[in-house]
Design a protein around this ligand. Structure first.
Ligand code: NZQ
Ligand code: ZN
Length: 392
């Protein structure tokens, strides 16, 4: 196991009706002038936004609002948010929504404390040195942004999707009420599940030996997702299954399952070009890319893939030919994604095989040269081609 620091300062407030404590939590974490940031309308429609506002009013807190965050959040709204923060002397940002809303909030939080263009953080021209504090009321189990220091934003004029990260962007608190996720359409629930599983796999496929504890934690999260996802797809109001998925989503990405081991993240990078170019859901893009990446890199460490096949997908170990076991595990993963209603090839995602050269060209290929297996531009193109041919 490698040396590590584990820093996860977020206060997680979990359970039914906990959003009614939002005002008290903002106050506890030092906020007095709040920007409430939300998405395209689900939080308005469900009445959540009104409940959150009431709880701020009950604490006598000033607030202003900025709605309209789109999935794959855009830089343009972040510029607006930064202006509002400066104009209204905002000292706390409250995100009410999903990963896109939280990531947009993080862009505003960093940008409001920076004299230059906030995009510098995403273009890797500057690192975050200060940020306004953020709190979240989460409405979808997926991105894990409620416990991470990461943020992913799309630049409207280029449709390039880029990320940044800093411990300063970790939320001060995150309210996790699983009941809020019951209104999610089945497709969004499935996209979230794929993202959660991908966050674990990005850590599971490691070159660090002797990491039993984090291997087993990863497998626990994966087994939970395999069990609970079909349950909520069949029965969207199943609170207990929603609760297990919601906590799995946070645990999958606050890095508790990834510390002390090298990680990969190439599937995420390869996927971000898809959700940037086609504006598809990140989890759907991962459903297409992650099994394709697995097939491409499998021979780098067949035994690790066979371990996944046996422990997560219940495959029988073939000691004569572990490669067959590994392949069976990947096949079962792809079939699982298909069965929960996700696309498994480029065409089903709405992506075009002829765009592969552009998808390769768009990415910062230097970012693909570390991880479980270093990838060349030709390797990346081959992964997209495997994704184009995939079927169950
Ligand atoms: O905008 P509204 O109306 O709220 O609708 C959203 C949106 O259309 C809807 N939704 C959310 N909660 C709902 C709901 N609909 C009904 N009932 C509810 N309770 O779901 C749609 C998707 O929302 P979004 O916030 O985009 O989903 P998600 O949480 O999957 O976030 C995806 C974004 O996070 C980034 C992705 O790249 C993508 O841009 N990621 C962020 C990470 C991070 N910051 O650490 C890591 C991830 O790997 C990921 O890259
Ligand atoms: Zn993700």
């Amino acid at each position: 196991m490698d040396n590590f620091n584990f820093y996860s300062p977020t206060e997680f407030v979990f359970g039914r009706d906990r959003e009614n404590e939002t005002g008290a939590l903002v106050k506890k974490h030092g906020g007095s002038r709040v920007l409430i940031h939300y998405g395209g309308g689900s939080a308005v429609k469900s009445g959540l936004l009104d409940r959150v506002k009431k709880s701020l009013e009950a604490e006598g807190l000033f607030y202003t609002e900025l709605g309209g965050v789109k999935p794959n959040p855009r830089d343009t709204l972040i510029y607006e948010g930064i202006e509002i923060c400066r104009r209204d002397n905002i000292d706390f940002i409250l995100s009410v929504g999903g990963g896109s809303c939280i990531d947009s909030s993080k862009g505003i939080a960093a940008g409001a404390c920076y004299d230059g263009d906030f995009w510098d953080f995403y273009a890797k021209k500057a690192t975050v040195q200060a940020a306004l504090p953020i709190g979240t009321v989460l409405t979808i189990a997926a991105a894990g942004s409620e416990g991470s220091g990461g943020s992913v934003v799309t630049q409207e004029k280029t449709m390039l999707k880029r990320d940044t990260g800093s411990d300063l962007l970790r939320p001060r608190f995150s309210v996790l009420n699983p009941a809020l996720t019951c209104t999610l359409p089945a497709y969004q629930t499935a996209c979230g599940a794929a993202d959660i599983m991908a966050h674990v796999f990005e850590r599971y496929f490691t070159n660090t030996p002797e990491v039993e504890i984090t291997d087993r934690l990863c497998e626990a999260v994966l087994l939970t997702m395999v069990k609970e996802t079909p349950r909520v797809i069949a029965d969207p109001d199943n609170y207990e299954a929603r609760a297990n998925i919601m906590w799995a989503g946070t645990v999958a990405h606050n890095d508790i399952v990834g510390v002390g081991r090298s990680q990969d993240w190439n599937s995420h990078g390869i996927e971000h070009e898809l959700s940037g170019l086609y504006d598809c859901a990140h989890g759907a893009g991962l459903a297409v890319i992650m099994p394709a990446w697995m097939e491409f890199v499998m021979n780098h460490n067949v035994m690790r893939f066979a371990q996944m096949a046996v422990r997560v997908w219940g495959c029988q170990m073939n000691f004569e030919n572990p490669e067959l076991t590994a392949k069976e595990g990947i096949f079962r993963f792809r079939r699982f994604l298909h069965d929960i209603g996700l696309p498994i090839n480029l065409a089903e995602l709405g992506a075009k095989e002829e765009d592969i050269p552009k998808l390769v060209e768009n990415q910062n290929v230097a970012d693909r040269t570390w991880g479980f297996v270093r990838l060349s531009p030709e390797d990346i193109a081959e992964i997209y081609r495997i994704a184009a041919r995939a079927e169950v």
